[in-house]
Design a protein around this ligand. Structure first.
Ligand code: AMP
Ligand code: MG
Length: 337
């Protein structure tokens, strides 16, 4: 059941079979921390009703305590435990998109400790579609609070190995479910006001939400307001160790500049890592593939000891919005040509 690759520094590396999931669920029920696969990225889970366990998530990740966690559920009944009310729109979206990469921000019930929501009167809830995640929540019998299973500020993990790179010795176990299908986090949608507002673009596109709801869905922006609509917005995220330069604009122009920059830095003796799809002559974006490999590519640049990372922007539509959001947050500089 357990692999013995070192250095795990005491963290159990569990295969995701039933005995392992049972063991992971016991750890969660006893107040421990377990990283687990979801269809988006790996989550770092603790019992959402245990404040001491939730506090451990923040210290293992080095996460600022004002950045709230998403509560993961395996059935609708658990939604009523964590939310004090569930608007009609939420019912509809759960029916349409759950299980899946959509987190709904709802009014919080008193069953959710303050720490989970960083003191906000709301709670973000999602039902993941990954069978291991669902089975873990079901077996634990409690909603599981889980942010991405990376050290704060680092690219999110999309494999058990990536989790261990960041958190070996800091968490009790990781369930290995292979690589994540989507590769970027869930869409966070605020349903507490009169309008549906995306606080973070993710695995479910704005286009899909708009067409399902039959009403405009807004994208929150932090420009011009003093308090960010979602605490996570104000932090630098997803960053590899080397500075990342993101080049956006029409394909032929952005590629010309990427070549110029690559030559420039190479002549100065820097190791250049290029995140671009030059084999694709048309410049069409294979956005699902790009999304699936994005965070692993950023981590690979670290492993290769990049001096600078040059990334090619893609079209900001559909899932491309989430990809560009992550690249933008990882970037040291964005150049538009
Ligand atoms: P992570 O778990 O690392 O994917 O981060 C969770 C994201 O969801 C962060 O950007 C949070 O700011 C956001 N989030 C979680 N709960 C809430 C909430 N109650 N209100 C607004 N944003 C939230
Ligand atoms: Mg995260």
């Amino acid at each position: 059941m357990e692999k013995t690759l070192s250095p795990l520094k005491g963290t159990l590396w569990l295969r995701s079979d039933f005995p392992a999931i049972r063991k992971a669920a016991e750890i969660i029920r006893a107040g421990g921390l377990v990283a687990f696969p979801t269809e988006t990225v790996y989550g770092l889970g603790a019992s959402a009703s245990d404040p001491a366990a939730v506090a451990r998530i923040f210290s293992a990740k080095g996460r600022p305590s004002d950045n709230p966690l998403i509560v993961h559920v395996s059935d609708r009944e658990q939604v009523y435990r964590v939310a004090s009310s569930v608007p009609e729109r939420a019912h509809f979206l759960m029916e349409r998109f759950w299980p899946g990469p959509l987190s709904l921000v709802l009014p919080r019930s008193s069953a959710v400790p303050d720490l989970v929501s960083a003191g906000l009167p709301t709670v973000a809830v999602r039902m993941p579609s990954h069978p291991v995640a669902l089975e873990l929540i079901r077996t634990a019998g409690v909603p599981i609070a889980a942010p991405s299973a990376n050290r704060s500020g680092r690219p999110s993990p999309t494999s058990a190995r990536c989790v261990l790179e960041d958190l070996a010795g800091r968490i009790d176990a990781v369930l290995d479910g292979g690589t994540c299908r989507i590769g970027v986090e869930s869409t966070v949608l605020d349903l507490t006001g009169p309008r549906a507002v995306i606080l973070r673009p993710g695995g479910i596109t704005r286009e899909a939400l708009t067409s399902a709801l039959g009403e405009p869905v807004f994208q929150a922006s932090w420009k011009g307001v003093s308090i960010p609509p979602s605490p996570g917005m104000k932090y630098r995220h997803y960053a590899p160790r080397a500075p990342l330069i993101l080049v956006t604009g029409p394909p032929s122009r952005r590629r010309r500049l990427l070549h110029i920059l690559a030559n420039f830095y190479e002549r100065r003796g820097l190791k250049v890592c290029l995140l671009a799809d030059f084999l694709n002559q048309q410049g069409d974006d294979d956005v699902e593939n790009i999304s699936r490999h994005l965070f692993r590519s950023l981590r690979r640049c670290d492993a290769l000891k990049a001096g600078v990372i040059l990334a090619e922007g893609i079209a900001s539509r559909g899932l491309g919005v989430a990809v560009m959001n992550r690249l933008g947050k990882a970037a040291f500089r964005v150049i538009r040509v």
